[in-house]
Design a protein around this ligand. Structure first.
Ligand code: GDD
Length: 327
């Protein structure tokens, strides 16, 4: 079976490719852009069919889908960093909404029996009241960022293309996920990188942070990509599913978990530039609909995820230092 992963060079895309390869029953195609970095997939690149494709170009997308004729599309490519959606809101809308429209239109034009997973987000819930927790798929959406609005548009377009044209679309509203290869701008990875830099003497012993009071529901990316596979194998087309762990913790707790793995003395400094115009205060998801439908359960404990993320940064920084010495 041919599967297509948009954004295969990214964080979730690279983990999904690894997971699908471990299953051994699929032929994997993946899109990247001219400026994409290949580090996350370099170790498996010879087992993938990589296709350069700008998803904002409708003709390129149509040609690519008509040629590959994938049975599954995992649409993971996106502008996924919430703060960037305030500095470049139009770019976020184009990347997230328009690219997805091009994929849907290309599948319609190719007239192929293709299942599509749309990567939506818990950010869509935005402002959630205490009596609404844990949040279910039926909760009102009260977005707190342009990014959240873009994900609501992706989500509702998925619903509408299913209703209007019968496209076999499953929407996943994934709560925060992290692990090795997480982009360094995101809180967990940013803190882990800073700690690893402090250990190596590459930065003074200060960890710079933003809003530590926000609460998030974290799942390991390696569990999340299994959920994406199950979403298309066992999910009901037209449906939307939360993917979450059912646990919430403050960002301060996340930081202290990471700090528990180091003996480096560290001072925590709040950087006002890291605060957002409006931040989602609390996210805690109810994934029971997805678990019941697909049998999915998150397996990797949060401590393990944080440990592996810190180790990822230690290894990455040491490798970079080795390269500099060698050159
Ligand atoms: N990035 C960042 N966030 C910080 C920092 N300090 C505190 N935070 C807080 O940590 C929380 C998590 O921020 P991010 O890791 O940037 O993730 P996010 O905004 O919750 O968005 C992530 O999860 C969404 C699902 O809910 C995803 O859709 C999105 O793409 C992203 O992965 C936010 O409340 C943010 O204000 C910091 O130094 N950097």
């Amino acid at each position: 079976m041919k599967v297509l992963i948009t954004g295969i060079t990214g964080f979730a895309g690279s983990h999904l490719a690894e997971y699908l390869l471990s299953r051994g029953d699929v032929e994997i195609y993946g899109t990247y852009r001219a400026r994409s970095r290949m580090d996350h997939i370099a170790h498996i690149a010879d087992q993938l069919h990589l296709v350069e494709c700008e998803l904002q170009d409708p003709a390129a997308v149509a040609q690519m889908i008509a040629r590959i004729k994938p049975a599954h599309i995992y649409h993971l490519a996106a502008q996924s960093f919430v703060p960037a959606s305030w500095t470049s809101p139009a770019d976020t809308m184009m990347n997230n909404i328009v690219s997805q429209l091009h994929i849907f239109e290309a599948v319609r034009a190719a007239d192929i029996p293709c299942k599509i997973q749309v990567a939506c987000s818990s950010e869509e819930y935005g402002l959630v009241y205490p009596d609404e927790l844990p949040v279910r798929e039926t909760n009102p959406l009260r977005p707190q960022s342009p990014y959240a609005v873009s994900k609501i548009a992706q989500d509702f377009l998925g619903y509408q293309y299913y209703q209007s044209y019968g496209l076999s679309i499953v929407r996943t509203r994934t709560f925060n996920h992290t692990g090795p290869r997480r982009g360094e701008r995101f809180a967990t990875s940013n803190f882990a990188k800073q700690i690893a830099q402090i250990e190596l003497g590459l930065q003074p012993p200060h960890v710079h942070v933003g809003n530590l009071q926000a609460r998030r529901d974290f799942t390991d990316v390696r569990d999340v990509v299994k959920a994406y596979w199950l979403a298309l194998e066992r999910g009901v087309p037209g449906s939307v599913y939360n993917i979450s762990s059912g646990n919430t913790r403050t960002i301060e707790e996340v930081l202290h978990t990471l700090l528990s793995f180091t003996s480096a003395p560290v001072q925590i400094l709040v950087d006002p530039k890291r605060l957002r115009p409006s931040d989602v205060e609390v996210l805690l998801g109810d994934a029971s609909a997805f678990c019941t439908q697909t049998g999915w359960q998150p397996e990797i404990p949060f401590h393990q995820t944080m440990h592996d993320l810190l180790q990822y940064w230690r290894d990455t920084l040491q490798a970079q230092a080795g390269e500099k010495e060698g050159s």
